[in-house]
Design a protein around this ligand. Structure first.
Ligand code: SF4
Length: 237
C-alpha cells in the first residue's frame, strides 16, 4: 500500500503521484466521471460557458440553469443582452442570486469581448496559448481563477483544474493543502501535481464525492472509499 500523504502531526504536503493515482482510481471506481467526463452543458461558444459559470457563482446548478435558460429565452442573442436595460437583465437572471452584481459583470464582459474580438464570441481563444487564454479570462470583470478554469476546461478544451467549494474542501481534508489555502491557490497546487489527462474526470469525481460523501457538514467518513488516504478521516478512526 502506498504511504499516506500526510500524517496528522505533519503539515499538509502535496500528494505524491502514487497517492494521487490511488485516490483518483478509487474515486473513479465509485463515480465513473473519468469514463464519462463530458460536461452536459459544454458549449460550442465559450462565451455561453463563461456567462453560465458567472451565473453559477454562490449558487447551485439548478438555480444557475434556471437563470441561464431565462436569460436565453428573454434575449436569444448576446447583442440583445448588451442592448437591454440593466434591470431587465437582472430580472431574467434573478434565480441565480446576487443578480445586480452578476448583471454588472455580464454586461461588462460583453462590452469588453465585443471590443476585443468585434463579435460576441470567445471562439478565438481556442487558438491561443492556454496561459494567454487564462490570463485574458481572469482579467475580465467578475471572473476569478475558478471561473476561468471552468471555461478553459469545459468550453475551450484546454488543461485546467477548477477548484470549486467541493474540490477545495476535499483537497484540504485529504491533507494535501493547508486548511486555509484559498481555492485559487489550491487550483495551482493541483495543476502542478495532477497529470493533465486526469484534470476533468478528477475534478468531476471530487465534486460527486463532495456532494454525496465528503459533505461540508457531517461527512460520511465511516464508509468513505478514500478514508485510508485522508488526514481528516484518519483522525476520526
Ligand atoms: S474520509 Fe471523510 S473527510 Fe476524508 S474524504 Fe472521506 S468523507 Fe471526506
Amino acid at each position: 500500500m502506498t504511504r499516506h500523504v500526510a500524517a496528522e502531526s505533519r503539515s499538509p504536503v502535496p500528494p505524491s503521484p502514487e497517492v494521487l493515482d490511488e485516490v483518483f482510481d478509487l474515486l473513479e471506481s465509485l463515480w465513473h466521471r473519468e469514463r464519462d467526463s463530458r460536461r452536459p452543458d459544454s458549449f460550442a461558444e465559450p462565451l455561453d460557458g463563461l456567462v453560465l459559470t458567472v451565473l453559477s457563482q454562490n449558487t447551485n446548478d439548478v438555480n444557475r440553469d434556471r437563470a441561464f435558460r431565462a436569460l436565453k429565452r428573454r434575449f436569444p442573442a448576446w447583442q440583445a443582452v448588451a442592448d437591454a436595460p440593466m434591470e431587465e437583465v437582472a430580472d431574467a437572471i434573478r434565480p441565480a442570486g446576487i443578480a445586480n452584481n452578476k448583471t454588472r459583470s455580464i454586461l461588462a464582459i460583453l462590452r469588453i469581448v465585443h471590443q476585443d474580438f468585434g463579435a460576441y464570441s470567445l471562439r478565438e481563444l481556442a487558438a491561443w496559448n492556454p496561459d494567454r487564454a487564462r490570463t485574458y479570462l481572469e482579467e475580465l470583470p467578475g471572473v476569478g481563477p475558478k471561473t476561468a478554469a471552468c471555461v478553459l476546461l469545459f468550453d475551450l478544451g484546454m488543461a485546467a483544474f477548477p477548484a470549486d467549494t467541493h474540490v477545495s474542501r476535499l483537497c484540504r481534508r485529504l491533507g494535501w493543502v493547508p486548511e486555509k489555502m484559498p481555492p485559487g491557490e489550491i487550483q495551482t497546487v493541483m495543476e502542478q501535481v495532477l497529470p493533465q489527462d486526469r484534470y476533468m474526470g478528477a475534478h468531476l469525481n471530487l465534486i460527486e464525492h463532495g456532494r454525496h460523501v465528503c459533505r461540508a457538514r457531517a461527512p460520511l467518513c465511516g464508509t468513505c472509499i478514500v478514508k485510508v488516504h485522508c488526514a481528516f478521516g484518519r483522525k476520526l478512526a
